[in-house]
Design a protein around this ligand. Structure first.
Ligand code: DGP
Length: 113
């Protein structure tokens, strides 16, 4: 979608450090990392957030978690990692393109702030 940062990254119109790519999903380093490992896993299709997910796109959510699992193993953070999807402004969503944060490499507190 025009003007969407993550669409631009998926279309390679904006630079990013890509760690995984397939026909449906792209994963890249977060530009403002909150942990030693902080990767964003994003469907290439422009879906605003979970509230806008249609039943036909449900499979993407499973695929994104499989990608997260693979990256967690590659980065050796099996001891503890977290997958976060901020949905809505009050939850801290700042980019309106569905994305999942994969965080790890340090002790993660609970509950998150
Ligand atoms: P959220 O707050 O859940 O919407 O997370 C958005 C994340 O996206 C935030 O951690 C910073 C990251 N981010 C925003 N713009 C860019 C960008 O242009 N490149 C990269 N690599 N990350 C970005």
């Amino acid at each position: 979608m025009d003007g969407c940062i993550f669409c631009k990254i998926a279309e390679k119109k904006l630079d990013s450090q890509i760690v995984h790519e397939d026909s449906e999903v792209i994963a890249f380093e977060d530009m403002n990392p909150q942990a030693p490992v902080h990767i964003l896993i994003v469907p290439k299709k422009h879906i605003i957030d979970l509230l806008h997910l249609s039943s036909t796109d449900e499979g993407l959510i499973g695929k994104i978690h499989s990608v997260a699992k693979r990256i967690a193993k590659e980065r050796k953070i099996e001891k503890g990692f977290r997958i976060i999807c901020n949905c809505g402004e009050e939850a801290g969503e700042s980019v309106g393109h569905l994305h999942f944060h994969l965080l790890g490499g340090r002790r993660l507190e609970w509950p998150p702030g």
